[in-house]
Design a protein around this ligand. Structure first.
Ligand code: IPM
Ligand code: MG
Length: 381
């Protein structure tokens, strides 16, 4: 075996660290949040995505066209279809988000996005980064906000998942040193952590929440999660009315299914990967990953999406029409709230719950269809 470290790898590592230091520096400049309530025109980019994406998006756009008839007519809101964020086009261009598509996306204010497929390692397709991850980074959508609510169980959780760093920063830039050794990287920056912590505590304060729980694995990931934990507690000092506690991610996974204590949690702040995992668990407790919406919020842009994937199995089985549009519609609810249309958001939220209660959206051949779902939503709004 050759134990001499190939100098190439050290160079790669040096380059990665340089880029991350530059990013950490850029982040410190911060920027102002867009206020949509006074905007004369808001462009909503519609990105259907892959697999079941076009099916559920189609139904959602039907609903939005009805809900926003007046605003669309007056020109205050434009629903703008964005084409080309498909696996076929991404593979053909060899780009995760082809540059013309990215330019079209950047011409919008907010985005509603269906699930996009990421080629997996053994698919024979190029090793493209997840389009989600690329968009989150490109548009600097640092806060992934995922609400989960089950009123009958007293559960009202809001997750603030850090969305641009952690294991995802360099997720596609790990290094295979040899057959015997692979290395991935995890990144935590001061500014990146402070802004997600601030967002979580500000949300708590503005919404009368009294508790924020920090979730890490700082006993093992001492440098990255350790920094995350310390900085969150530091931010907590500015919110004396809010009780702050912290948990390791493993016991938090258990807490969420512990009926004696789970309703006591309110707001969570977590690094990227733990947020990914814990929010799927939370969504499942609510009724399935098809039931939860997700907001990716930055200072300038915001992107709203379903938290589930593109369900290639449903497409292969010929039952894509049975996909549950609840999650993407919940994302549309969050989008409407984000642009200040609270009443319409509430209306849509109630309608989606009505449809969800009336139908069997099992995603199987004998379940109800996305179209039946939107028909009930349309009737109810
Ligand atoms: C999510 C998804 C994404 C993630 C995937 C599709 C890259 O699981 O939004 O939670 O890991 O963040
Ligand atoms: Mg996920």
């Amino acid at each position: 075996m050759n134990n001499n470290i190939n100098k190439e790898y050290l160079k790669m590592f040096e380059q990665l660290i340089k880029e991350q230091l530059e990013r950490a520096e850029r982040l410190k400049t911060g920027s102002e949040f867009t206020d949509y309530t006074s905007a004369s025109k808001i462009v909503v980019g519609i990105i259907p995505g892959d697999g079941i994406g076009p099916v559920i998006m189609n139904e959602t756009v039907k609903v939005l066209n009805v809900l926003l008839t007046d605003e669309i007519k007056s020109g205050r809101i434009e629903l703008r279809p964005i084409e080309g964020l498909t696996l076929e086009n991404r593979v053909a261009k060899g780009e995760t988000v082809p540059s013309d598509v990215l330019a079209a996306i950047k011409g919008c204010d907010v985005l509603l996005k269906g699930p996009t497929t990421t080629p997996d390692k053994n698919s024979g397709l190029p090793n493209l980064e997840s389009a989600n991850v690329t968009l989150r980074k490109e548009l600097d959508l640092f806060a992934n906000v995922r609400p989960v609510s089950i009123p009958e169980l007293g559960i009202d959780w809001t997750f603030y998942r850090e969305n641009t760093e952690g294991e995802y920063s360099l997720g596609s830039k790990g290094i295979v040193i040899s057959d015997d050794l692979s290395v991935d990287f995890k990144v935590t920056t001061m500014a990146g952590t402070e802004r997600i912590a601030r967002a979580a505590f500000e949300f708590a304060k503005a919404n009368g929440k009294t508790r924020v729980s920090i979730v890490t694995k700082a006993n093992i990931m001492k440098k990255t999660d350790g920094k995350f934990l310390d900085l969150c507690y530091n931010t907590a000092k500015d919110y004396p009315g809010i009780k702050t506690d912290d948990w390791y991610v493993d016991i938090m996974a258990a807490n969420l299914v512990n009926e004696d204590i789970r309703a006591g949690f309110q707001v969570f702040v977590l690094p990227n990967l733990y947020g990914d995992i814990i929010t799927d668990e939370a969504a499942q407790i609510q009724g399935g990953v098809g039931t939860a919406g997700s907001a990716n919020v930055g200072a300038k842009y915001a992107m709203f999406e379903a938290i589930h994937g593109s369900a290639p199995r449903m497409v292969a089985d010929g039952i894509a029409d049975k996909a549950n549009p609840a999650s993407i519609m919940k994302a549309a609810v969050m989008l409407l709230r984000h642009i200040g249309m609270t009443e319409k958001a509430d209306k849509l939220d109630i309608a989606v719950n009505t449809a969800a209660n009336a139908l069997n959206m099992s995603g199987t051949a004998d379940g109800n269809s996305a179209r039946e779902f939107s028909e009930i939503v349309l009737k109810s709004i």
